[in-house]
Design a protein around this ligand. Sequence first.
Ligand code: ACO
Length: 428
Amino acid sequence: MDRAKLIIGNQTHELDIIKGTEGELAIDITNLRNDTGYITSDTGYKSTGATRSAITFLDGEKGVLRYRGYPIEQLAENSTFLEVAYLIIYGELPSPVELENFTNGITRHTLIHEDMKKFYEGYPEKAHPMGVLASMISALSTFYPDDHNTNLDPEKVDLTIRRLIAKSATIAAWSYRKSQGFPIMYPQNRYSYCANFLHMMFALPTEEYDVNPTVVRALNTILILHADHEQNCSTSTVRIAGSSHASLYAAISSGVCALWGPLHGGANQEVIDMLKKIQAQGGDVKKMVEKAKDKDSDFRLMGFGHRVYKNFDPRAKIIKKVSDELLSELGVDDPLLDIAKSLEEVALNDSYFIDRKLYPNVDFYSGILYRAIGIPTEMFTVMFALGRLPGWIAQWKEMRDNNEPISRPRQIYIGETKRDYVKIGDRG
Ligand code: ACO
């Protein structure tokens, strides 16, 4: 095995080099503190590998994304969200029987306990659906206390996984209905996962919901594209929360909260707000680009840049194509799409963005697609969470199956050194 040498003063320490199946390299520092008294410092974990994972491979320089070895382009073209969910969670594409059982298991658990319905009455009318989703998923643990200490009994874990995927869609759709003052729609077992979600979002109580296969296909694609993305902010949160052996519901709820922020999953909502602002100000995209470049302003071009993709985001390419197709098929003429296109063109030709390798990410076009489907802006990040659910679950499962230790980073303390307490009357 190759070794790395670390020289501190006159001491040389040898460290193992770990090589991944795609040739990725890491220096194993697990015993560094014990052996040397030193820790490493890496705020934001830009050079830290927190785990060894067999779920998702991505190469940010080449714009490659694969789930369990399968290229995202092939899965987006040929698969469904539930099939991809199975692949990500269990490691292999399902046989027809396995897929049928998985799908039926999810379909059978879409109802949520009637008592949970009462919670919706307590939220303020304008409650953000991400807050509702996080708290309702956390609340599921109180309705299924047996799922808590599953001790990785595979059958119980599988049941919790099915409950989570099924009920999260119902919780999400109902949070939208409530925010609009509309009656909730119960799930219909005859529909596919995506069709059922659209039914719960948009059906009128008096009419049969008219399922549009193009919309169902687009929704499947966008959920597939979001299904996992290795050790990002929310996924790391799920693994860290789960590493204390908190329940899967609690770990996922933490992930939803982490996803909410505008630098992560909240960016898709911010993109639309930004495009609307440009529209309201007369459509001057150059002004917005200049503002994003101005170091005196903390404004960033939403939907641009990515921690790992420094060439292009392969998901953005697929989503752009799917949203173009959907818009033309539905005959939607969205002025925000024109603004998005001009903004992209201006930014991609600007040396500030070129030099920093800032390209449109998946969120840049996902909002346009959601708008075309009729999903309101506040629900965008919730849609991201529904898509990311299989990834979070798979990462939690991998972490528990591998018996990973509780996560507990260290720090370099830079505060005051020891000083004595001064009574309040003696302070100046
Ligand atoms: N607009 C303007 N400048 C930007 C942008 C942007 N969107 N993104 C990065 N920069 C600049 C930074 O100011 C910095 O400039 P400097 O070197 O002159 O100081 C340089 O590019 C590098 O930026 P970092 O913040 O170091 O890059 P990092 O990898 O930490 O951040 C991030 C990545 C958070 C995604 C960032 O690009 C960003 O804030 N983008 C906008 C929000 C967004 O779209 N988030 C969605 C991410 S995708 C997802 O979560 C699914």
